[in-house]
Design a binder for this molecule. Structure first.
Ligand code: PLP
Length: 387
């Protein structure tokens, strides 16, 4: 049988492979037949409750908060929904305006849009260097804003937004601040109390835990209206029997994140970018001159459509994506890139490479060679009219 061609997975902002430790923990729980409803008083329930309590402590430690401030959810999307809907429900319309950045993930953008009419939503634009337009932020965060939702790191470019400054502005005007930290968690140090944020979302499958688990930090004293009603689980903010295997998987990663103080090595991204910028003409790394998380490269290959580039790269065994996973399959350009002022054509020539702390230096070398080969072949094809 022929060897399976090895693949280089550089789409870690979409999802990550399970870490070795997570795979071990999950397998052990299944093999040792750990089960029980944590709300039951008997030994089986108590055992699972103990696992959840320890996990909650571990996740809280990784964010710098206390266990009571963690609400487990089914992932980043639900955490974002709970933060936004939970602030405003049960009324179906927002009592006041909402500010968000133009780069927000669909789970924030569409949730805000579903609750508020367009006249209630104020957008903080992005600048060409990938940063937030803080002058506009200062102007539009006013006393009639109830909630400000700004992500910590953008999923397309990896740019880090100045959330501390946003919080200062918002709190000066009495608004709550929600922060989608799904792409920042595990990549940069994160301490919710040091930031002063009110609500903050994380997701398991972006950091090598299982998919279908996430958490929302809810600052002590804030009560969110539950979106899912039923039992009193998760401080009555998220009903339903807990996904304890998912929760244990998230805690396993959280403990590792605490150990490495939230940091991730920036080495691979920088080696990759240096390689392609040196070897491929007419290539731009978007947002490069602004603060970024250490794993994301948004690369525009001038004159090459991202779909053609991604197909060619996949044939070489290199997996990347056009923008965010949610926009894959549509040939619409990334909203983030358009908001930054890139033309539609430039945005459609952009590929996102995202590394993880499981990526290997060898992956980077393979990816650089693949990019050099694919860019050259596709450009030659375009010149000779074969495309
Ligand atoms: N927020 C950001 C910035 C993301 O990148 C994603 C996933 O792509 C999400 C939220 C949604 O997280 P989940 O897939 O866990 O629902």
């Amino acid at each position: 049988m022929a060897d399976k061609p090895s693949t280089v997975y550089l789409d870690n902002n979409a999802t990550t492979e399970l870490s070795h430790d997570v795979a071990q923990v999950v397998t052990d729980m299944i093999l040792h037949n750990i089960y029980g409803n944590p709300s039951s008083a008997h030994a089986a329930g108590v055992k699972v409750k103990t696992i959840i309590d320890a996990a909650r402590y571990g996740v809280a430690q990784s964010l710098g908060c206390s266990s009571e401030e963690i609400v487990f959810t089914s992932g980043g999307t639900e955490a974002n929904n709970l933060a936004i809907r939970g602030t405003f429900a049960p009324s179906s319309t927002l009592p006041s305006d909402v500010v968000m950045s133009a780069g927000e993930h669909a789970s924030v953008r569409n949730t805000v849009a579903a609750l508020a009419g367009p006249d209630k939503v104020r957008l903080i634009p992005l600048l060409l260097d990938g940063s937030l337009d803080m002058e506009t932020a200062e102007r539009i965060i006013t006393d009639d804003v109830a909630l400000v939702s700004v992500m910590l790191a953008n999923n397309v470019t990896g740019n880090i937004y100045p959330i501390k400054e946003i919080i200062r502005l918002a709190h000066n005007h009495g608004a709550l601040v929600h922060c989608d930290a799904v792409q920042a968690y595990g990549k940069i140090p994160l301490d919710v109390h040091e930031l002063g944020v009110d609500l903050l979302s994380i997701s398991g499958h972006k950091v090598h835990a299982l998919p279908g688990i996430g958490a929302l930090f809810v600052r002590k004293g804030i009560r969110l209206h539950p979106m899912v009603t039923g039992g009193p689980q998760e401080s009555a903010m998220r009903a339903g029997t807990e996904n304890y295997i998912g929760i244990a998987s998230l805690a396993t990663v959280a403990n590792d994140i605490t150990r490495r103080k939230g940091n991730m090595e920036p080495g691979f991204r920088d080696v990759f970018e240096t390689g392609i910028l040196k070897r491929i003409p007419n290539v731009t790394v978007n947002g490069k001159d602004s603060l970024r998380i250490p794993n994301t490269s948004s690369v525009t290959f001038e004159g090459i459509h991202s779909t053609a580039m991604l197909t060619a790269l996949a044939e070489q065994g290199v997996f990347a994506s056009a923008g965010s996973a949610c926009s894959t399959g549509s040939s619409k350009p990334s909203r983030t890139l358009i908001s930054m002022g890139l033309s539609e054509q430039t945005a459609l020539s952009t590929v996102r490479f995202s590394f993880s702390n499981i990526s290997k230096l060898m992956d980077v070398a393979v990816a650089i060679e693949a990019c050099v080969k694919c860019a050259s072949t596709l450009r030659q094809g375009a010149e000779s009219g074969e495309m």
